[in-house]
Design a protein around this ligand. Structure first.
Ligand SMILES: O=c1nc2n(C[C@H](O)[C@H](O)[C@H](O)CO)c3cc(O)ccc3cc-2c(=O)[nH]1
Ligand SMILES: C[C@H]1O[C@@H](n2cnc3c(N)ncnc32)[C@H](O)[C@@H]1O
Ligand code: SF4
Length: 333
C-alpha cells in the first residue's frame, strides 16, 4: 500500500452567484446574479442525502449584500438577512443528515460567530499572498484581509479549510510564502484541517481565459513543498477533477476533498468529478477512505459547531460507517 487518501462525499450547494469581487479567473460570479430558492436547495440536499453524502458544501459570492439590487433578490427568497438564510439552509442540511461546510469568502468575526454553531467546518481560500492582476478588482482578495479572517476563525476555534490557487500570476516564491503564512496561522491557533492546492482552470469569457493552466510538474512541486512545510496533522488536498490525482498523491497529497455524485463542481462545471470507482482505478496502491468535513482531531476537541454534534457522533460512530458502507457496496475497505 502506497498510502491512504481521504475524501468527503458532498453535495455542492451554490447559494448565490452575486459577488462584490471580480476575480480574473472566475466564471461562477454573475453580473445579474440569483439566489438559490428553498425548494431548489432542498431538492439538492435530498439528492445528496440519498446518494449517501455526509457534507453539504455551501459556496457563494463574497459579501453579496454590498452589491446593489441584492436586497431585492434576497427578499425573493423571503429573507432580509443572508446569514439568516444560510442558517436556515444549514438546518435543512442537518435535518437530512448532511454536515454543513460554508465557504462564503470573507466574513466578519461576528458573521462567523453566527454561522459556526451550524457548521462542522468552514473555509476560506487564501489564494495567494501576492498582489496579482487577477485580484485587481477584488477588494476581498487582499492577502492581509484573508489572513486576518483566517486568524479570527482560529480565535473562534472553527475547524478550517484554506488553500492556494496555483497559476494566477504568482511566482514559486509567492507559493512558498503563501503556504508559510498558512503554516503560521495554524501554529497560532491549531484550526487548519486541510490546505487545498487548487490548480487554476481557464474559463472562456473571463479575463484569464487565455492564460495557461499550471503544468503537472508545477502542481507536483507545490504539493511536495506544502507537504514538507505544513505539520503532519494538516492535510494537503488536491481536486481530482482538475489534476492528475496519482501524480499528486505520489507527491504527498493526503486528501481528494469533496466529491459529489449528484451536482457538478459549480466553480468548475465542465470538470466532472471522477466516480469513486474511477478513482480506485486511477490510484493503484492507494487506499481511499471516506472522512467527514470535520477531522477526528477537531471532533475530539469538540470544535465543530454545537448543532452538528449529534449528527457527527452518529456519522463518526460504527452505525454511521455501516450506513455509508451499505451505500458504497461490498467493495468498501
Ligand atoms: O468541490 C470543490 N470543493 C471545494 N471546497 C470544498 C472541499 O473540497 C471539501 O468539501 C472540504 O474538504 C471540506 O471537507 C472548498 C472548500 C473551501 O473551504 C474553500 C474552497 C473550496 C473550493 C472547492 C472547489 O473549488 N471545489
Ligand atoms: C472556491 C474557490 O474556487 C477557486 N476558483 C475560482 N475560479 C477558479 C478557476 N477558474 N479555476 C480553479 N479554481 C477556481 C478559488 O480558489 C475559490 O476560492
Ligand atoms: S472566486 Fe469567489 S470572490 Fe472571486 S469573483 Fe468568483 S465568486 Fe467572487
Amino acid at each position: 500500500m502506497r498510502g491512504v487518501l481521504t475524501y468527503s462525499r458532498n453535495v455542492f450547494i451554490p447559494v448565490t452567484d452575486v459577488c462584490r469581487n471580480r476575480c480574473g479567473y472566475c466564471s461562477f460570479r454573475r453580473d445579474r446574479g440569483r439566489i438559490i430558492g428553498r425548494r431548489e436547495a432542498i431538492d439538492l440536499l435530498d439528492r445528496g442525502a440519498s446518494a449517501g453524502s455526509s457534507e453539504a458544501l455551501f459556496s457563494l459570492g463574497e459579501a453579496p449584500w454590498e452589491v446593489s439590487g441584492f436586497a431585492e433578490i434576497l427578499k425573493g427568497a423571503g429573507y432580509d438577512d443572508l446569514i439568516g438564510y444560510l442558517i436556515e439552509l444549514s438546518e435543512l442540511a442537518l435535518e437530512r443528515g448532511l454536515l454543513p461546510h460554508t465557504n462564503a469568502g470573507l466574513l466578519s468575526k461576528e458573521e462567523m460567530r453566527r454561522l459556526m454553531p451550524y457548521n462542522a467546518s468552514m473555509g476560506l481560500m487564501l489564494e495567494t499572498t501576492a498582489e496579482v492582476e487577477a485580484h485587481r478588482s477584488s477588494p476581498g482578495k487582499r492577502p492581509l484581509l484573508r489572513l486576518a479572517a483566517m486568524a479570527a476563525a482560529g480565535e473562534l476555534k472553527i475547524p478550517f479549510t484554506t488553500g492556494i490557487l496555483v497559476g494566477i500570476g504568482e511566482t514559486e516564491a509567492d507559493r512558498l510564502r503563501s503556504i508559510d503564512a498558512i503554516r503560521r496561522a495554524h501554529e497560532a491557533h491549531g484550526h487548519i484541517q486541510e490546505v487545498i492546492v487548487q490548480p487554476f482552470d481557464p474559463k472562456p469569457g473571463t479575463a484569464m481565459s487565455g492564460a495557461p493552466a499550471p503544468g503537472p510538474e508545477i502542481l507536483a512541486e507545490t504539493v511536495r513543498m506544502a507537504r514538507s512545510i505544513l505539520p503532519p496533522e494538516v492535510a494537503v488536498q488536491v481536486p481530482p477533477n482538475l489534476a492528475d490525482p496519482l501524480l499528486l498523491a505520489e507527491a504527498g497529497a493526503d486528501d481528494l476533498g469533496g466529491i459529489s455524485s449528484v451536482t457538478p463542481d459549480w466553480i468548475n462545471p465542465e470538470r466532472q468529478w471522477p466516480t469513486l470507482m474511477e478513482l480506485k482505478v486511477r490510484l493503484p496502491g492507494f487506499d481511499l477512505l471516506e472522512r467527514l468535513p470535520v477531522y477526528p482531531r477537531h471532533i475530539r476537541l469538540r470544535w465543530h459547531g454545537r448543532k452538528t454534534w449529534a449528527l457527527v457522533e452518529e456519522l463518526a460512530g460504527p452505525d454511521g460507517l455501516r450506513r455509508r458502507a451499505r451505500v458504497e457496496g461490498p467493495n468498501r475497505k
